[in-house]
Design a binder for this molecule. Structure first.
Ligand code: PEP
Length: 254
């Protein structure tokens, strides 16, 4: 089974309108018409529409960094799945560790968002990952299992195959500390095995599992060549055309 590599750039709360547009344009121009991998840009929500104008008609796709799990209504400050697809999004990042830590998002909250994303025809990128303390006390697998079971609560087999999981060890995000290829592959293999138990092994084989945490052009090739690593969710290095494109070109064709 071949899973297409997905390289997604999480711009977090960075850029202004002019640099969002020029960053997107630089990436679109550099990757050309038929890149070997799937690529998505996830700018801040206020710049989704303008980045969408740059990516429209190109192979570069668009993703949001969050959504609110409700239809239109009195939810001041929030944005729902219908609004995201309206501005051209195909993806939405859910349960990023920064949202879990800073905004108190729980697995139950991520699960609600997951169902809203799927109902709204968005591909959810569900983030999970352990802290350094949890890794050092050998809790990594228990933490990942509980996050995945909780975040995917109520998901049926038919829809499960289309989701994306991002394994992002919290200790590797924005720190410059990258998981070794062996550490990352071990957790990815654990996740795939868990997904096989939750759904079926066949469904688990179809689910893409990205790695995230200080991915750079220099470490991308070895991470992305692991059998269970199907892409990267990239923070810091997605803010520079050269670095992001360096990661894309380091990925084995899929
Ligand atoms: C992220 O925010 O999802 C991330 C992985 O960040 P960085 O690449 O900067 O570690």
């Amino acid at each position: 089974m071949t899973r297409r590599i997905l390289i997604a750039g999480n711009w977090k709360m960075n850029t202004r309108s002019a640099d969002a547009a020029s960053l997107a344009k630089g990436i679109v121009d550099a990757v050309g018409k038929s890149p070997a991998v799937e690529i998505a840009l996830c700018p801040p929500s206020v710049y989704l529409a303008s980045v969408s104008e740059v990516t429209a008609g190109t192979p570069v796709e668009l993703g949001a960094q969050n959504l609110y799990a409700a239809d239109d209504g009195a939810f001041t400050g929030e944005v729902n799945a219908a609004m995201l697809t309206d501005v051209g999004c195909q993806f939405v990042i859910l349960g990023h560790s920064e949202r879990r830590q800073l905004m108190g998002e729980t697995d139950a909250c991520v699960s609600k968002k997951l169902h809203a994303a799927l109902a709204g025809n968005l591909i959810p990128i569900v983030c999970v990952g352990e802290t350094l303390e949890q890794r050092e006390t050998n809790e990594t697998e228990a933490v990942i299992e509980s996050q995945i079971r909780g975040s995917l609560e109520g998901l049926d087999e038919a829809r499960a195959a289309g989701i994306v999981i991002a394994y992002e060890p919290v200790w590797a995000i924005g720190t410059g500390k990258v998981a070794s290829k062996e550490q990352a592959e071990a957790v990815h293999a654990f996740i795939r095995d868990l997904l096989g138990k939750m759904f079926t092994p066949g469904v688990a084989e179809q689910i893409r599992i990205q790695y995230g945490g200080s991915v750079k052009p220099g470490n991308a090739a070895e991470l992305l060549s692991q059998p269970n690593i199907d892409g990267a969710l990239v923070g810091g290095a997605s803010l520079k055309v050269e670095d992001f494109v360096g990661i894309i070109t380091a990925a084995p064709a899929s």
